[in-house]
Structure formats: C-alpha cells, structure tokens
Design a protein around this ligand. Structure first.
Ligand code: ADP
Ligand code: MG
Length: 319
C-alpha cells in the first residue's frame, strides 16, 4: 500500500469535520481557528512497540490507546479536546493494520469531538506519536503546582487493572488474562469529562500513567508539599481482587503499576460535597485516598499510620 493511499485511508476515517478546522489533511500544514479568548493546551505522547504496549496489541486498540493517552493528558489539564496530529512509523505499509488502527483512533476521536488534522507517515520500527491540542479559559487549567497542606487527595475510577493485565501477559505461567483487565490496558477511558468538571475546583491534578506514587510525586514536588496515601483506601475493581487476591501484589499494582489513565487530584475537602452534588458529578466514581501535608515526598501508609513498603515505585524510562 502506497504512503498516499494510507494517508487517504486515515483521512477518510479520522478527519471528522469541525468548523474550526479551516484546512485539514492534504496541504503542507493545517490551518486552525482557536476558540476566541481561550488558551491552547498542547500535549504529545509516543507509544513504542514492546515498550508502551505489548506486541500482541490489536491495531484497533493501538489506535485507541495512542489517542487515549493524549486525551488523558488534556483531561489532567482540564482542557477541551480539539485537534490531533499523528506521526505513524510502520515496519510495512499494511492496509489491514491501518484500517484497524484508524477505526480504533476514530472511535475514540468521535466520542470526544477530536478532528485529525495532519501528521507524518514513515517506515521503521512500529511507533505512534500523537500531538493533541485542547482549549481552556485563561487561568482555569488544572496544574500540578497548586496542592496545599490541608487539601485531600482523590482518584477517579479504580487502580491497578492495567498493571495486573500486563503482569499476566508477561508471565508465561499465568494463563489467559482476564478480559476486563486486558480492556483496561488496551482501551483506557480518558477522564475528559472529569477534568472539565474539576476546573475551578481541584487545586492540582495529574493523570496516572507511570503509577500513582510516582505521579503524585510530581504533584508534591511542583507544589512544595508532601502527600500521604492510605493504602487501604485505594479503589480496586472486582477483577483486580480476583486476579491478585494477595494484598501485597495487589497494592503494588494499585500504587505503583501505571497505565491507569485515571486522574489524581487535590481538593479542599470542604468542597467535596459540592463537587459530588453537581449535575453529572465527574462522570465517573471518585475516591478520597489521602491528604496533603507540609513537607516533601509521597508516603504510603496503613490505617495505623505506618509506612507500607511497596516492591516498585513506578515506571521510569532510562532508569
Ligand atoms: P509533506 O511532505 O509536505 O510533509 P506529507 O506528504 O508528509 O507532506 O503529508 C501530506 C498530508 O498528509 C499533510 O497534510 C499531512 O499532514 C498529512 N499526513 C501525513 N501523514 C499523516 C498521518 N499519519 N496522519 C494524518 N495525516 C497525515
Ligand atoms: Mg510539505
């Protein structure tokens, strides 16, 4: 399949029309009309085969996930998604692959009103880079540096499912991986609605890609505070309890596993009820998991206040 057929195929499936796309795929650059009076938020994430996704990942799921991880970053900023650009590196230009990929990408893109406005296509080891643009009213973005002592810490959804799935895939003795867990790994649901609802309420926010403790470490550092996490408060799905019945590996998956794409945020606890009472809430369950205190770093504690030692502190490239 020629490069231009491949681009046409992507364009046909993903270039959903938006009135603010003045000129989309097909020229040397896209022309876009940013929402008047708003700030642009720009995020980029790369997925490399064998590093960020197992080689067994279906093309549909790869297309979904490449967009999902970027939508998750925009969600963590409290931004409304607008436009995506896609740099695709393929070992060979396969029509079957590109069709599946485009369908996965387009399914999630249409849910969130994202238009594909351009990109680049090259030959090489399989890798996908998406750059996503979003918009936020001035001063309303959710940042990492606003957490204050006295705030409570919350997380959306549940933690550890994707890590448990990955662990199962990497362990030849583990047998079939639970489909519910595999879906959390392959098709994360970016918490875009929650991010928008947290504008003007959360004092800080981050999405969990590298593991709860590692990612909250960024919030603590940027905010100049310490964070205490109560390990028994971490939300777990029924599938996670079944896959990891022993609490040590289960806690490790929840606190340090990564690939969750949930939002962790801080909020003055006096505002919790008001946020819960809002129409639609955050569009997903959310759980109080800890508190912001003076100091530095992230502590994971049990209900007696004792430190809990976890096997691994999150995923870091080049570590
Ligand atoms: P140029 O050589 O001028 O950089 P290309 O031939 O690479 O242009 O791309 C032609 C058009 O197709 C451009 O509008 C570009 O943004 C778009 N395009 C190329 N690859 C992709 C892709 N993977 N996804 C979406 N659009 C793409
Ligand atoms: Mg050109």
């Amino acid at each position: 399949m020629a490069e231009f057929d491949l681009i046409d195929l992507l364009a046909a499936r993903c270039a959903a029309s938006r009135a603010d796309v003045v000129l989309g795929i097909g020229d040397d650059g896209a022309i876009l009309a940013p929402p008047p009076g708003e700030h642009l938020v720009v995020v980029t994430d790369t997925l490399v085969a064998g590093v960020h996704f197992p080689l067994s990942t279906a093309p549909f799921d790869l297309g979904w996930k490449a967009l999902a991880v970027n939508l998750s970053d925009l969600a963590a900023m409290g931004a409304t998604p607008l436009w995506a650009s896609l740099a695709l590196t393929l070992p060979e230009p396969s029509r079957v692959f590109v069709q599946g990929f485009a369908d996965g990408f387009a399914t999630l893109a249409s849910r969130h009103g994202v238009a594909l406005i351009g990109g680049d296509t090259t030959r090489g080891p399989l890798a996908v880079t998406v750059t996503l643009h979003g918009a936020v009213p001035p001063g309303q973005a959710l940042r990492r540096d606003g957490a204050r002592a006295g705030d409570a810490v919350y997380v959306t959804g549940s933690l550890g499912d994707a890590a448990a799935a990955l662990q199962g895939l990497l362990d030849p003795a583990a047998g079939e991986v639970d489909a519910r867990l595999r879906t959390r790994l392959d098709r994360p649901e970016p918490r875009v609605e929650a991010g928008l609802a947290l504008r003007g309420a959360a004092s800080a926010c981050i999405d969990i890609s590298d593991g709860l403790v590692a990612d909250l470490g960024h919030v603590a550092r940027r905010s100049g505070v310490a964070i205490e996490i109560e390990v028994d408060a971490l939300p777990a799905s029924p599938a996670l309890f079944e896959a990891l019945p022993d609490r040590v590996p289960r806690r490790a998956a929840q606190a340090a596993g990564g690939d969750d794409y949930e939002l962790a945020f801080t909020l003055d606890p006096a505002h919790e009820l008001a946020v819960r009472a809002r129409d639609g809430g955050l569009g997903v369950t959310w759980t109080r998991i800890g508190r912001v205190v003076e100091g530095e770093g992230v502590r994971v504690i049990d209900r007696h206040g004792h430190d809990v030692v976890l096997p691994r502190a999150g995923w870091e490239h080049f570590a």
